[in-house]
Design a protein around this ligand. Sequence first.
Ligand code: BGP
Length: 472
Amino acid sequence: MTQFDRNFLWGSASAAYQIEGAVAADGKGESVWDVWAHLEGKTHEGTNGDIATDHYNRYEEDVALMKKAGLKAYRFSISWTRILPNGTGIVNSEGINFYNRLINLLIENDIQPLVTLYHWDLPQTLQTKYLGWESEQIVHDFTAYAKICFKAFGDRVKYWIVMNEPNIFTHLGYIMGVHPPGKHDEALFLKTYHHTALAHAHTVLAYKEMGLEGQIGSSIAFTPAYSSTSSEADQGALKSYYDIGPWWYLDSYYKGSYPESAIEYYTSQNIEMPFKKADFEIMKAAAEVVDFIGINYYQTAMVAYNPIDGVGISSFNTTGKKGTQKESGIPGLYKTVKNPNIEYTDWDWAIDPDGLRYGLVELKARYDLPILISENGLGAFDTVSSDGAINDDYRIDFLRAHIEACGNAINEGVDLLGYMTWSFTDLLSWLNGFKKRYGFVYVDFESTDLKRIPKKSFYWYREVIKTNGEAL
Ligand code: BGP
């Protein structure tokens, strides 16, 4: 049995756009998501975060529920446009006040705040002015915003997550075209990703220069993979998958370089590389002082060789109609195929707890840094039974198996700082609307009072935390 460290951070995570609502309250500026979600046909059932769970107005009730659940940590993101309505320039003191109130309340309730600086809600002004992440100017402006946050909250916030899933928002925004700004351009994808890596590096260095007491890292969406057979072709596909995918994303943040074989691949496709030599000095300097790797883990992939006339990137299942996800890949390199050995969620995400152990062990071997699981959870359709209860045993099973996997990884030498479930309350899913639920607390989105009801999993997680992972 695993002994979780006594300071192990048991918690849950959220993001500003997905919970706060109050999109124009108290001087908040517009973000790219405030605009995107209102464009015809961009989100499932036309949902948006205008109200979301109304956490901005109900944070006291939400923190009281967190206290009741016994959370040791709560990860949330700061909305850049609450602090700087136009992305740069004048600071909106009401934005600072809101996060001060939230942070102080968490601390009063013995809940450690883990703060994400960027969870995708880019100020619209910067998108309009210089195309946001496409311009290197963003690196400067982001770092300036981060420093404002460090100054305002750094005396109390001891864990900072600079970027949330830069690999996802650039891929969805610049290859698949389903997140803002809705483009399909591989060179821009590489460029914007590189700018996130630079923004992360400059921010980490700025934080260290300020001499504040705390830890800093970024969270990457990590999907470990297996090859579909042991054939040379499939093994080669697996290597391509890792070099173009996870290692590209993680090496740039945590080694300060990109995998050579992936650079060769892009060059062979005549895609211009976005970096300058000097960038790597900054990235390497940050990689030397960064404190932890954040990973958001939901699933694994199974990878097979993809012939040159094979499948390209395909859209994904956003409806929850199981079995509608198609194969997707890069012709000539690899494609993801269905794993016959495991179950899938209604959104066709592979349920693979041991993949978490395996992935953590891989990360330990490659980077040898402490790791924070900054997201893990099950998106499902929940129903309220006639007695008012939400019996989400499937979520309990999912989380139990993943916590066991954390324990196994710790036993294999992984230094794990904590485990944040996605999410605490139900919230808005960017592309899947309000029906794909992840929370311990049900939110009745049909009612105007957005009533909160703790689910069965709420009480289960409370016991897990109380016993420090013994009562699973
Ligand atoms: C991660 C994001 C979260 C959250 C989660 C669940 O990629 O960091 O913001 O949305 O995934 O994803 P989804 O809402 O698509 O089910």
